[in-house]
Design a protein around this ligand. Structure first.
Ligand code: KG4
Ligand code: ZN
Length: 337
């Protein structure tokens, strides 16, 4: 069985094919980073237009790489939401039409379920149940995952997502777009103990996050520092330390509350090395294990959509002929089938 996956929810056009026996057999990713860099963030209309330019070309390329034709594809899976409406509509329209012309099924995939299931593509994969920490540019949440489609949100950000906080703080520091990885790189030059950022919402019970205050704290700290390279690196260090610490405290609580031994971390911020080493030591202390997608599947990609599409297809999911995108779509609305 072969499932073609198409991701177009934000600023990456990702295409991949998942084969039931062999796993991901072909993939292509086009990032729009350069296009949006001069604006300091994603411009939705430009994103949609660029997806239009790339989606068919990349699909052809992936089909050629896999040496498959339309007749070999059992279903075309696409990101149905959440995301930018225009960008989603490009993928949904293309995928639904392709499935129609190939006379195969179409499957709409929830983008965050794609991230959540991405670690299952690895050789060393988690079994259900587990706690999932999903940290991307648009979402931060802790989910109790009992089985495919059995998701209980334990906590989520009440304002900025973790990736968004990284990006906005990086913008204040004039590090360019996308800021998350650049801020993380700068933090490596920072010294511990020079600045102390708050750990938002950790002084009270609960699993929700709030990251927008960190950005304001960074703005104030930047105004009062001497502006040297070293001071910027020290601030980046303290900011990252606060985000990582906060995420670790909430992960520990979620594991205690659910009794689960396994933690899955996915979404763009899961590429952060400081977060990875912090969670590794947390899980070692607790006698549990932490699972990640391989680095290139942490950020948006087609492979996670092909795989989630495969899981959903096996569970019976089928799209009607109508072209549907859902820019707002809580993950808690998903069902097992
Ligand atoms: O999952 P993703 O590719 O897209 C969304 O679905 O949002 O996540 C992108 C986010 C951006 O905010 C980016 O700055 C952040 O992930 N990110 C990082 C790192 N790599 C990507 N944040 C911190 N450290 C990193 N190494
Ligand atoms: Zn994403």
């Amino acid at each position: 069985m072969n499932i073609l996956g198409i991701e177009t929810s934000c600023d990456e056009t990702g295409i991949a094919i998942y084969n039931e026996q062999r796993g991901i057999i072909a993939e292509a990713l086009y990032s729009q980073i350069e296009l949006h860099a001069e604006y300091g963030g994603v411009v939705p209309e430009l994103a949609s237009r660029d997806h239009i330019r790339k989606v068919a070309l990349l699909t052809e390329q992936v089909m050629q790489d896999a040496k498959l034709s339309g007749a070999d594809i059992d279903a075309v899976a696409f990101t149905q939401g959440p995301g930018l409406i225009g960008a989603l509509l490009v993928g949904a329209t293309f995928a639904r039409s392709l499935a129609f012309s190939w006379e195969c099924e179409a499957v709409g995939v929830h983008h965050m379920e794609g991230h959540l299931l991405a670690p299952l593509l690895e050789d060393e994969k988690p079994e259900f149940p587990f706690v999932a920490l999903l940290v991307s540019g648009g979402h931060s949440m802790l989910v109790d995952v009992k089985a495919l489609g059995d998701y209980t949100i334990l906590g989520e950000s009440i304002d900025d997502a973790a990736g968004e906080a990284f990006d906005k703080t990086a913008k204040l520091m004039e590090l360019g777009y996308p800021g998350g990885p650049r801020l993380a790189a700068l933090a490596e030059q920072g010294r511990p103990g020079q600045y102390r950022f708050p750990r938002p919402m950790t002084d009270r019970p609960g699993l929700d996050f709030s990251f927008s205050g960190l950005k304001t704290f960074a703005a104030n700290t930047l105004r009062s520092c001497d502006g040297s390279e070293q001071a910027l690196a020290d601030i980046a260090y303290a900011f990252q330390e606060a985000v990582v610490d906060t995420l670790m405290i909430k992960c520990r609580r979620a594991l205690e509350q659910t009794g689960h031994k396994r933690l899955v971390v996915a979404g763009g911020v899961s590429a952060n090395q400081s977060l990875r080493s912090g969670l590794a030591s947390l899980m070692q202390k607790r006698g549990g294990q932490v699972y990640y997608p391989r680095p290139k599947f942490c950020t948006d990609n087609g492979a996670m959509i092909a795989y989630a599409g495969y899981c959903r297809f096996k569970a019976g999911a089928r799209e009607p002929l109508a072209i549907q995108a859902r820019p707002r779509w809580p993950i808690s609305e998903l069902q097992a089938s």
